[in-house]
Write a protein that binds this ligand. Structure first.
Ligand code: SF4
Length: 90
């Protein structure tokens, strides 16, 4: 599963992503971008927004990449453990 994320420390609040793709981005109370939807992640507007971010703050990552080591669900934990074990064997 993919997950969309804005790295707040990199966001400068320029608004490009919000203008281009209002389905996925809006401003938070600090004037920085925040993700408002994790649906329709293959949309053309989202790809354009990611490419247009001047600081590279927008990430579209696999759930395991984004939250490795921070998983609380048992099923996900087992899945992450399997992935990590596979990685360490290669
Ligand atoms: S385009 Fe990038 S820097 Fe600009 S508001 Fe969006 S996430 Fe922040």
């Amino acid at each position: 599963m993919d997950i969309l994320d804005v790295e707040k420390s990199k966001c400068i609040g320029c608004g490009a992503c919000v203008s281009i793709d209002a389905e996925h981005f809006d401003f938070d109370s600090d004037g920085l971008s925040e993700v408002i939807s994790n649906e329709n992640l293959k949309s053309e507007a989202l790809q354009t927004a990611i490419e247009s971010c001047p600081t590279g703050a927008i990430r579209l990552a696999k759930t395991d990449d984004a939250y490795e080591g921070d998983v609380t669900m048992d099923d996900d934990y087992q899945q992450t453990s399997t992935v990590m074990a596979t990685k360490s064997e290669s």
